[in-house]
Design a protein around this ligand. Sequence first.
Ligand SMILES: NC(=O)c1ccc[n+]([C@@H]2O[C@H](COP(=O)([O-])OP(=O)(O)OC[C@H]3O[C@@H](n4cnc5c(N)ncnc54)[C@H](OP(=O)(O)O)[C@@H]3O)[C@@H](O)[C@H]2O)c1
Length: 216
Amino acid sequence: MTTVGIVGGTGPAGRGVAIRLASAGYDVALGSRDAQRAADVAAAMSPRGAGTVTGASNDDVATRDLVIIATPWDSAVATASALRDALRGKIVISMVNALTREGRELLPLYPPRGSMAAQLAFALPESILVGAFHHLPAAQMEDLDSGLDADVVIVGDDAPTRERVASMVDEMPGLRAIVAGSLSLASAVEAFTAVCISINIRHKAHSYVKLAGLTH
Ligand SMILES: NC(=O)c1ccc[n+]([C@@H]2O[C@H](COP(=O)([O-])OP(=O)(O)OC[C@H]3O[C@@H](n4cnc5c(N)ncnc54)[C@H](OP(=O)(O)O)[C@@H]3O)[C@@H](O)[C@H]2O)c1
């Protein structure tokens, strides 16, 4: 089975994806700037099912079959660029949102290429970039008993890769994959995260994205 590395995986976003991938049977490695920290974070997690969560350095987890970038937006390009050789020829998923807080709202920031996924695609020209997992609430992702029933919007320029990522997401408990289209849509996908979080702040809620009217 495909192995997965999560660069910056010690944060809530990476942990949430990791535990649900492991519950679907994947062996997942959380990456960190500090391998011991990643090992400690992974050891505290309790995935269910056949998969595992371990911890290692970002350099180490970038050698896995498929790699997810889960650092804050302002360190994503520099972190991924340093891993360019290890990421050559691989599917790289960006879940990175560039956001800034203003009062009770989160607002989207627009990187020069329109999205963080496009920034990473430019920084990693030998990798196949896909955007996914942007709208997921980390706390509910981490809690396998939260009853989460969320959609994951997937964008990317390579159609077979999009479908491969969608198949993986559909295996994760509580998630349904929705392929939206090309990487050009990542700008809108990432920006909508600001809307999701602002709604949750305003309504003191833990809502998430679920699209109506779709049948697989
Ligand atoms: N939180 C959510 O609900 C959620 C949902 C969907 C998408 N996202 C996106 O996923 C990404 C991660 O979110 P998060 O909430 O998990 O963020 P986070 O906790 O702030 O950061 C994740 C990890 O990135 C590493 N990191 C922090 N600063 C770094 C730097 N300057 N250089 C390299 N690595 C650094 C840290 O790991 P080490 O210290 O161990 O290296 C940290 O544990 C963000 O881009 C966010 O927009 C978040």
